[in-house]
Design a protein around this ligand. Structure first.
Ligand SMILES: C[S@@+](CC[C@H](N)C(=O)[O-])C[C@H]1O[C@@H](n2cnc3c(N)ncnc32)[C@H](O)[C@@H]1O
Length: 245
């Protein structure tokens, strides 16, 4: 997902209370950023934030960190966050959001305000994750509809590559997991192969999440998941546990 460059994105993001601007300073001290010792789950490539905000609402006992590489995309997640906290309820896509003459996005506000104290957001490349979290600080990593990088020469950029699994193993706690969803069969097959080669344990797999009674329990849909399942694409999900070697 790459939105057009939005000049005000960096200013809005850096001034936002939920955004951590110097995340490397929190390394080893994320409990302080949240003011509690709840487990930390992160979503890498959070896009516009539907999954993260819904998970945070449903699980106030978990702290969520959303990571997104592009500021123009993170801006949309920040706007969603603000709308929910202000009482916007569910955002219903572009129809509810218009831009005024200054280019500022105006989101219709109605419904009950939410408390999203258990969310922090970071604009960064996940390749630098180990600069930001200490070993054992993260219990779960969500990868939702990660970019496929179809060319073989770009395989290392895939978030499910062995290279990224090595990065994740530097921050996950013992027994920590990666939960991966995609509609891309080739990328899913690649993830299974990479997890096995990296010595991770494949705990669970479904090739049709929305028709899997067990694995679909508590499933929260992402923006891409809604789009692709509406097109009839089955959603694949794998849960991988960090290896011991
Ligand atoms: C295809 S979109 C999916 C968005 C959302 N997860 C969903 O399911 O609707 C993938 C997102 O991952 C982000 N992304 C890709 N590689 C990343 C990386 N190395 N670090 C952080 N974000 C990344 C992209 O900028 C994009 O917003």
């Amino acid at each position: 997902m790459r939105l057009r460059n939005i000049p005000r994105a960096n200013d809005v993001i850096s001034a936002h209370a939920a955004v951590i601007n110097a995340p490397e300073k929190q390394k080893g001290n994320w409990n302080e950023a949240f003011g509690n010792k709840h487990p930390i789950h992160i979503e890498i490539g959070m896009g516009k934030g539907q999954f993260l905000t819904k998970m945070a609402e449903a699980h106030p006992e978990i702290n969520y960190v959303g990571i997104e590489r592009y500021s123009s995309v993170l801006l949309r997640a920040v706007e969603r966050y603000d709308a929910l906290v202000a009482g916007a309820g569910e955002m219903r896509g572009k129809a509810d959001a218009t831009e005024d003459s200054s280019g500022t996005r105006v989101v219709e506000v109605s419904g009950a305000a939410k408390s999203l104290d258990n969310i922090r957001l970071i604009c960064m490349d996940a390749a630098c994750l180990a600069d930001v979290f200490a070993k054992g600080e993260v219990e779960k990593i969500y990868l939702n509809f990660s970019d496929p990088w179809p060319k073989a020469k770009h395989a290392k950029r895939r978030l499910v590559s062995k290279e990224f699994l090595t990065v994740f193993s530097k921050v996950l706690a013992s027994g920590g997991t990666v939960e991966f969803k995609t509609d891309n069969v080739g990328l899913f097959d690649f993830s299974l192969q990479q997890a096995k080669e990296a010595g991770w344990e494949v705990l669970a797999v479904t090739r049709d999440l929305h028709h899997d009674e067990v694995m679909s329990r508590g499933n929260v849909m992402t923006e891409y998941e809604e789009k692709f399942s509406m097109m009839g694409n089955p959603i694949h999900k794998g849960i991988f546990e960090i290896g011991t070697r």
